[in-house]
Design a protein around this ligand. Structure first.
Ligand SMILES: C[S@@+](CC[C@H](N)C(=O)[O-])C[C@H]1O[C@@H](n2cnc3c(N)ncnc32)[C@H](O)[C@@H]1O
Length: 220
């Protein structure tokens, strides 16, 4: 049985702050050199393999950054309103609604997935489900690149981007993320940690993760 996050709550949050979120975070990679380095690396490693998806794409700043590197990629998100922002700002990119916890994609169908801070509202159990779902839909040899905020805490937030909200932001330990990916079957897991950029983002340590779906499935 799939344990659901309160999807309505998360969707409602990003519907509520969609415009402000887009204004605040569009172009954010320009201020984050490590993001740029990691996204360049993804573009080189993925080469001409397709299709590619940005899961939990928000207003599409990561999708657009990769598109600017010559990478054809589509975006998926839960929130209709944030998708409206993404489609308006980047009309040349394909965006659609979907749920990372119940992906409507065939097994072994996607060459690469990026997911920047898409797991910030997931419980540990939901991170495990997302990891399993992404493993399922990736092609053998497919690349999963995602980010998270490092820590053990859950922060309850009642105001965000000037709007009254009611949501939890989750932090994860690198040990948890690593064991979760291994349990799903990923290999070549590389976790790159960094300090926050002062004045640019919330002051939590960050991690970028590269994980590969094996070409030949290992026996359990
Ligand atoms: C913190 S934002 C990150 C957005 C963008 N990737 C970025 O880096 O700014 C989290 C995004 O994930 C989306 N999201 C949360 N849970 C999701 C789910 N189960 N399926 C699809 N998208 C989800 C939210 O709607 C939101 O746009």
């Amino acid at each position: 049985m799939i344990v659901r996050q309160d999807l309505d709550k998360v969707e409602n949050l990003y519907d509520t702050v969609a415009k402000e979120y887009a204004e605040t975070f569009s172009g954010e990679h320009e201020k984050k050199p490590k993001d740029q380095e990691i996204l360049h690396r993804f573009s080189l490693e993925i080469g001409d393999r397709r299709p590619l998806w940005d899961f939990g794409c928000g207003p599409g700043q990561t999708t657009k950054y990769l598109k600017n590197l010559g990478i054809e990629i589509s975006g998926l998100d839960l929130s209709e309103k944030i998708l409206e922002q993404a489609k308006t700002i980047h009309p040349e990119i394909h965006f659609r609604k979907g749920n990372i916890l119940e992906l409507e994609f065939e097994n072994d169908s996607i060459a690469g997935v990026v997911a920047f801070y898409a797991i910030v509202h997931f419980t540990e159990e939901q991170v495990e489900i997302a990891s399993g779902e992404i493993f399922r839909v990736l092609q053998p040899g497919g690349i999963f690149l995602f980010t998270y905020q490092i820590g053990e805490e859950t922060i309850h937030v009642e105001e965000f981007l000037g709007k009254k909200i009611d949501i939890d932001f989750m932090f994860f330990t690198t040990d948890f993320i690593s064991s979760c990916l291994k349990k799903s079957g990923f290999e070549k897991i590389e976790i790159i940690e960094r300090e926050p950029y002062p004045g640019v983002e919330y002051g939590s340590r960050r991690a970028y993760v590269f994980a590969i779906k094996p070409v030949v499935r290992k026996s359990p």
